[in-house]
Design a protein around this ligand. Structure first.
Ligand code: SER
Length: 583
């Protein structure tokens, strides 16, 4: 069994339910491009919402981090990675969490005790020293010389605000050298492999800390890093995770990995991430904005490196590599199986598109760098705009020639350009609507009404999990542990229609986020909103954090009709509904 299977198997035996990985693109949360940690899709539950699977959960979650894209090419960086996690939502706490981590590491993975060390939270002016964790580790046999109390890295929060708490981190000695008696977290032979966060607090944007409704545990372990460690390789790309992919790149290029590590790692990493993004439920395609632009940059950078390895770009090299990746992960992620042809088509189309300008762009690059020590912003932008060269590609080319690029100047031009194209799709960053036709605005208001009606008819535990609007219909996903009965459906429909007939006024106001939350406004990811938020209210029946736009009065909506109610994913139901013209 590999690490993922062992992990899930272990925690299921400890009474956890395995939950499926959420999509890499968070649903209905336009403020972040990708899930960057295993706990992100669980934020509402850590905040107190009831999870349909119960209070003990475990999973492997697809994560994407693109903030250090340029670092990819070394032995440890990846843009996509899987994070193993187990959670207690107000169930067990420190003792069990630490005991099970210890048991998994030493008994399931057979890591010798002497290779382990831990850090615990030392305490600050707000939160005391985590004595309980300290004592537990001692009890389990970790010598005190291998337990370090720190405050620096032992408090975990995703971003600026949200659920948070002190953590205890577990380190592994990754070296054949003699293990020093005293553990020093700064000594990079000790690598962090597991992070157990004891989430009992909520930090708001002003830094104020309050207590969460219950005490949670949130743990995270990176699959790539831990696998490499267990297999005793210092280069992640030489672990079993990458073996077949790298072998394929070697075969296609007729070159050895050794001596060509950087390009091969970039190709392997970027194509794997591109495969996962294009297979995602969100249906992202390469474009010049948001996730689509990340996807484009990844594919284009992979192509450039394939070219460096003298791979025939017009052959189906990318397909061969993608197929290895698909085969390897299909068993774990059914979307890879279902969307295989979409993935291959995305890669092929983008390759063909880039191939048309790549040669010309490279020639143009050679021309402009003559007699120049620095590539100015305008030229870099021209390479982007005309030849589709993402900035880091230009930068990479420049670095290879010992040149500098005015990246800041480029970014400014790029932003100006994006502003222009964004005004065309202005609603997207605000309310999740790509274009705001009259009917889509109506559907948007109907979505709020449906959300409110379900809370009354089905119960207060109903929460929005996603929504999608087209000119033809609205789709609404919500947490619910059962198929709606005919009666529930009818009552929901009737309630929405009653509110429509009541001609309720839709009002908008801006207020501090805390105030909005305490006044009971609905929202999906509290910590993702800015300090001052817009709240839309519909009469007295609905109040939601939202960017709009909405109709002025519910009377404009017409007749609301539920067309379909079905399962969307585990614990999540989906309603498709339409608005019909009143005769
Ligand atoms: N949230 C913590 C992390 O990402 C533990 O899951 O490390």
């Amino acid at each position: 069994m590999n690490l993922k299977d062992l992990y899930i198997d272990f925690f299921v035996r400890k009474g956890h339910k395995q939950i499926p990985s959420a999509p890499v693109v968070p649903e209905n949360d336009p403020s972040v491009l990708f899930n960057t940690a295993g706990m992100m899709p669980l934020i509402p539950y850590l905040m107190g919402q009831k999870h349909p699977y119960g209070t003990r959960l475990c999973d492997y979650q697809k994560c994407i981090r693109t903030n250090d894209l340029e670092e990819v090419g070394d032995t440890t960086h990846h843009t996509f990675f899987e994070m193993l996690g187990n959670w207690s939502l107000g169930d067990y706490f420190k003792k069990e969490s630490i005991t099970w981590s210890f048991e998994f590491l030493t008994e399931t993975l057979h890591i010798p005790l002497k290779k382990l060390a831990v850090t615990v939270f030392a305490g600050n002016d707000k939160i005391p020293f985590d004595e309980e964790s300290y004592m537990k580790w001692c009890e389990l046999g970790i010598p005190e010389s291998r337990i370090v109390k720190t405050t620096e890295d032992n408090f975990w929060i995703a971003g600026e605000s949200g659920p948070c708490g002190p953590d205890t981190e577990i380190f592994y000695f990754r070296s054949d050298e003699e293990i020093p008696e005293v553990f020093d977290p700064e000594d990079n032979r000790w690598v962090e492999i597991w992070n157990n966060v004891f989430m009992e607090f909520f930090q708001d944007n002003e830094g104020g800390v309050s207590i969460l409704p219950h005490k949670n545990v949130d743990t995270g372990m990176g699959v790539e890093r831990t696998t490499a460690i267990l297999e005793g390789v210092n280069d992640n790309y030489q672990s079993s995770i990458w073996k077949n992919v790298i072998k394929k790149v070697e075969e296609i290029s007729n070159l050895s990995y050794f001596g060509n590590e950087k390009s091969m790692r970039i190709i392997a990493d970027h194509l794997r991430t591109a495969v996962f993004i294009s297979a995602d439920a969100s249906g992202i395609k390469p474009s010049n904005t948001d996730q689509g632009y990340i996807l484009r940059r990844l594919i284009r950078r992979a192509i450039r490196h394939a070219k460096r390895l003298n791979i025939d770009i017009n052959s189906n090299w990318e397909e061969e590599i993608a197929k290895i990746i698909l085969r390897q992960y299909k068993k774990y992620y059914k979307e890879l199986e279902e969307n295989e042809s979409v993935v291959l088509e995305v890669l092929k189309n983008e390759k063909e598109k880039f191939n048309r300008t790549l040669e010309k762009g490279l020639r143009e690059f050679e021309k402009v760098i003559k007699n120049n020590l620095c590539l100015d912003a305008l030229t870099a932008f021209h390479l982007y705009d005309t030849y589709g060269f993402p900035i880091e590609l230009t930068q990479e080319l420049a670095v290879e020639r010992g040149l500098k690029v005015d990246v800041a100047g480029f970014q400014e031009k790029f932003r100006e350009h994006q502003e222009l194209s964004r005004t065309a799709s202005a609603g997207k960053f605000k309310g999740g609507l790509a274009s705001n036709s009259e009917i889509e605005i109506k559907y948007h208001t109907a979505t709020h009404l449906l959300n409110a009606a379900l809370k009354i008819v089905v119960g207060p535990d109903v929460h929005q999990k996603g929504s999608n609007i087209t000119e033809e219909r609205m789709r609404f996903d919500f947490s619910c542990d059962h198929k709606l009965t005919e009666k529930e459906k009818q009552e929901t429909e009737d309630l929405v229609n009653r509110w429509i007939l009541e001609n309720l006024e839709v009002t908008i106001c801006e207020m501090p986020k805390n105030k909005a939350i305490s006044s009971g406004a609905e929202c999906m990811f509290i910590e993702k909103y800015p300090d001052v938020v817009t709240v839309y209210s519909i009469g007295e029946v609905s109040k939601e954090l939202c960017g709009g736009p909405h109709v002025k009065n519910t009377g404009e909506l017409g007749n609301f009709k539920i067309k379909k109610e079905e399962a969307s994913s585990a614990g999540v139901r989906r309603i498709k509904a339409v608005l019909e013209e009143n005769n």
